[in-house]
Design a protein around this ligand. Sequence first.
Ligand SMILES: C[S@@+](CC[C@H](N)C(=O)[O-])C[C@H]1O[C@@H](n2cnc3c(N)ncnc32)[C@H](O)[C@@H]1O
Length: 221
Amino acid sequence: MPDSTHLSDAPHPFPPHVGERLARGLGQLGLNAELKAPLLAYVSLLSRWNKAYNLTAVRDPRDMVNVHLLDSLAALPHVRGPRILDVGTGPGLPGIPLALARPEWQFVLLDSGIKKTRFLRQVAMELGLENVEVVHARVENYRMEQGFDTVISRAFSATGTFTRVAGHLCGPSGQLLAMKGRDADNDPEGLPAGWSVVATHSLRVPGLSAVRHLVEITKDS
Ligand SMILES: C[S@@+](CC[C@H](N)C(=O)[O-])C[C@H]1O[C@@H](n2cnc3c(N)ncnc32)[C@H](O)[C@@H]1O
């Protein structure tokens, strides 16, 4: 395990153009430039812990800016607060970038992998993220008295499986959002009874040529 006592002192291990790329992307998404510093601090932690914990296959911090940070933030206009659950968050995607962008909302970041949640607790502590709770659990076993406004996942599973294992965590007027790559996977046949795909949004991510998709699923009324 990386020695956490040294992490906060570590300089960002990136050349200036990494920050410039991020600042440009934030501008294109209409987001505050002040997000740049905490997002780079997150990428710094991610790339350091990745060496020991293998948290993401994306190893180059320059690629992390587009593939992880801006990709996560591109979903923000469709996320409804104030209570968000990120299912299978892995190293905190999209949960950490979203929580940084919306400090007034409450985020639960859930993953069944102990290395992921250990890393995320460190991130929340180092970045002072008081709006983030980290939960180590399988989503199908996780229960919450009050449902969430948005239950989101990125690269987690087929849309039908996501709905089956996480649907019980949606509040009465909540929504499920499944972040997908090129293939939207919005096949209504795969959904459990009583749930429908109400929209598939195409997302443009700064710096990425391929279109991403966001599948919105709600309970039938
Ligand atoms: C492909 S990774 C995606 C991680 C992250 N969302 C991203 O976009 O990089 C899928 C994650 O889901 C987690 N996972 C798989 N099944 C799960 C379950 N039943 N409950 C909670 N987490 C699960 C895995 O541990 C893994 O971190």
